[in-house]
Design a protein around this ligand. Structure first.
Ligand code: GCU
Length: 730
């Protein structure tokens, strides 16, 4: 809720929570409905075909999940087909759509013997069969939750207006734990959240269950997310008290029918803070007993509790190193506590020491590789996509592939802490794909990050992927309409990392905005160019971490903070000779953490990709790059290209006005104008600053900065970036 405080904030929160979901917002186009909008099919032939086939629906069973499937189909088909479809556990007359367990006699009799869903609790099959001369769509799975996923896949096909014959598919998730990490605090604030307050209304739980909880679960299930960490990694031990566990159990009860398990963050010092113990030493028997008892207590309230996520000995958080123990000692203690209940521990590798070292990006690798093989089987080491901190572009984290005897989770940030926060349109699927498809070469070519984390490269059985959530109490959930696409893309890629950024964008646009083909193409283009645009106007050519330290949404390459390795000047290292961080053997030698092939590629100026040049090399301002232009000219032209792309996106958005409802059109339009203004701010401030080192004129084609360097350095931007944004920029 931005910067509003006190009564105003409470009032706004009350309004946000009192909006009755789906029903009240049905045609208001607030964005509340996300990609589950279910508007009438616009293609008349298709609508007639769907109405003909799907006149009666049977979803067998009476489990909460079976009921959830019936409710979803009732809502969706009423909207899509604009007619009332009978949806029941049984039906009079023969159904055109039947959903259920593949081995049940009814479904088994419909499916040919060789057509079954793939193995696994969550997989499904969608098949068209003939029964009594009529087409019947069968959604078959091995469990109710598989049937739920199949139902959402079918609905996706209908939203895309695919012919009935093209709805057939079968699917199995490639990664087992597909988790959203909420950085939500118990006071209702969200760390790095740009979409209002936390969804969890702790004060009113467990009695009051906001209808949003269920809608949130539906949205997650529709894209295959099956786990939710409710609390911030900067953890508060209070979340583990009986009072809060009752509230957690209430949320778990809402999420369970949708196949979603809850997890909590564990504050490592909780045995001291809650248990009154003198130590939290993981090898101390009283500490171990405290955690065992705590785990037993949690599982009594939440029998399918997923486990703990832990940030330890990182940025001031307590951890095993406080007792001269290792990360493995700490993780294993918690793992032993949850193991009898089949829980896991997700132990974060985002660590860097309190003493400023030679190169911050090397530390996670240095701390964790000696521990490979020391973790229990139910520990997953959770590693951010890159070695620094969710920058617009980073190389993949060198830990991927470097822990062959450890289960590894990949952590993305869906909330756009460093990518324009709420307003900038930056579609993250290209970033996600770039990381997933990156080749670590640890077992030769084809050793992609995706294959490390899906377990196929090194044979791990526990697999997982996490995204730091971007949702909050805003009516549209994510602060902007387009930020919804990043939640969507994360879920879809977590389910199947082989999907493409373009394919996911098209699905999302058709479900969320419009099925008009020309508009879909235009919007998809805007989305697909948007991430590179942000890289260009923020941190082109491998620059990183040059944002303002308090707000993170604008530039401050000049900043020097209390810690060197929090400071932009530490990361870009500009001087009169050039710019960039030498991470080759002549510098910090961070390249040595990659497999030989990757190391050589990155260490060599002739082969390092331009996109990562300044991450790994200190390059002279006048040195020519691949293009034949000097580094200085390339920096200028990249910043300009970023601004130009945003301007083009504004024009593209104007061209789809007729296809988009007025409220959402206007919101996106206004956000794009903020984005353009801030892109110019980034370009101008960065170029003014770097030119004070290069002493070179801007190349032709780059607009001169609007203000002096002193002007940009003098701007005081609010730490709460949400509203108002930095005042007075042009
Ligand atoms: C970033 C972010 C912090 C967060 C940290 C983490 O540094 O700015 O707010 O706590 O990442 O991932 O733990």
């Amino acid at each position: 809720m931005g910067r509003e405080r006190g009564p105003v904030r409470r009032l706004l929160l009350a309004i946000a929570f009192s909006i009755t979901p789906w029903s009240a917002s049905l045609h208001a186009e607030t964005g509340y409905e996300l990609w589950l909008r279910y508007r009438r099919v616009t293609d008349a032939t298709r609508l007639a075909e769907y109405r003909r086939v799907v006149a009666r629906v049977v979803v067998a069973g009476n489990s909460p999940t079976a009921r959830a499937i019936r409710e979803e189909l009732t809502l969706a088909l009423r909207g899509l087909l604009d007619t009332t479809v009978s949806v029941g556990a049984t039906t009079v007359g023969s159904p055109g759509l039947i959903v259920g367990i593949a081995s049940s006699p009814r479904i088994a009799s419909l499916l040919p013997a060789r057509r079954r869903p793939p193995a696994g609790r969550e997989s499904f099959l969608i098949a068209n069969v003939k029964a009594g001369g009529k087409t019947v769509i069968v959604v078959a799975a091995n469990s109710d939750v598989g049937a739920l996923y199949g139902t959402f896949a079918l609905l996706r096909g209908l939203q895309m207006q695919r012919p009935v014959t093209a709805l057939e598919s079968s699917s199995v998730p490639r990664i087992r734990r597909r988790v959203l990490d909420h950085w939500d605090n118990l006071d209702g604030s969200v760390e790095r959240g740009y979409a209002g307050a936390s969804l969890w209304d702790w004060a009113r739980l467990p009695e009051t269950l906001s209808p949003r909880y269920r809608d949130y679960a539906r949205a997650n299930a529709s894209i295959g997310i099956n786990g939710v960490v409710l609390t911030n990694v900067n953890a508060n031990a209070q979340a583990l008290t009986p009072e809060y566990l009752g509230k957690v159990a209430a949320l778990a009860n809402v999420f369970r029918p949708y196949g979603i398990a809850v997890y909590l963050t564990a504050r490592f010092s909780a045995p001291i803070e809650l248990g009154g113990l003198k130590t939290a030493d993981p090898l101390d028997s009283t500490v171990r007993a405290w955690w065992r008892d705590k785990a037993d207590e949690i599982y009594r309230s939440v029998p399918d509790f997923g486990g703990f996520l832990v940030k330890a000995n990182s940025e001031g958080q307590p951890g095993p190193q406080d007792y001269h123990r290792t990360h493995a000692d700490g993780a294993n203690m918690l793992a032993d506590a949850v193991a009898p209940h089949h829980g896991v521990v997700m132990w974060r590798a985002f660590v860097y020491s309190n003493d400023v070292p030679s190169d911050r990006v090397k530390q996670a690798y240095d701390e964790f590789t000696p521990l490979d093989g020391a973790f229990r089987a139910n520990v997953l080491v959770q590693t951010k996509n890159g070695p620094l901190d969710f920058q617009p572009r980073e190389p993949f984290h060198p830990l991927f592939g470097a822990l062959p005897k450890t289960a590894q989770m990949l952590e993305f940030q869906i909330t756009k802490e460093y990518l324009g926060e709420d307003t900038h349109l930056v579609y993250l699927a290209p970033l996600f794909k770039e990381v997933l498809d990156a080749d670590t070469y640890v077992r030769g070519p084809g050793s992609t990050v995706a294959r490390v984390i899906d377990g196929t490269l090194q044979g791990q059985r526990e697999t997982g992927i996490a995204g730091v959530a971007n949702v909050g109490s805003d009516t549209n959930w994510t602060g902007s309409q387009f930020n919804q696409a990043n939640w969507y893309a994360f879920g879809r890629l977590a389910w199947d990392h082989r999907l493409t950024a373009a394919g996911i964008a098209e699905e999302w646009i058709r479900a969320t905005f419009t099925n008009d083909d020309a508009a879909v193409r235009t919007i998809a283009h805007m989305m697909l160019v948007s991430r590179e645009a942000a890289v260009n106007y923020m941190t082109p050519l491998g620059l990183a971490h040059i944002m303002g330290s308090n707000h993170h949404y604008g530039p401050a390459p000049w900043a020097r903070l209390s810690r060197a390795d929090w400071s932009p000047v530490y990361f870009h290292r500009a001087d009169s000779v050039g710019v960039g961080f030498d991470r080759t053997a002549t510098g910090s030698n961070a390249v040595a953490q990659y497999a030989p092939h990757v190391r050589e590629l990155l260490a060599n100026r002739a082969t390092v990709p331009d996109s990562l040049l300044l991450w790994f090399h200190h390059v002279g301002w006048r040195e020519p790059l691949r293009s034949g232009r000097t580094l200085w000219d390339e920096i200028g032209l990249h910043y300009q290209a970023g601004v130009d792309t945003v301007r083009a996106m504004r024009g593209e958005w104007q061209s789809v006005r007729e296809s988009i409802d007025a409220p959402r059109f206007a919101e996106v339009d206004s956000f794009l104008s903020i984005q353009e203004r801030e892109a110019r701010w980034w370009r101008d401030a960065a170029l003014e600053y770097f030119s004070s080192f290069s002493q070179l004129p801007l190349p032709p084609g780059v607009e001169p900065p609007a203000h002096s360097l002193e002007y940009y350095m003098g701007l005081r931007c609010p730490a709460d970036a949400r509203k108002p944004r930095c005042p007075d920029i042009p």
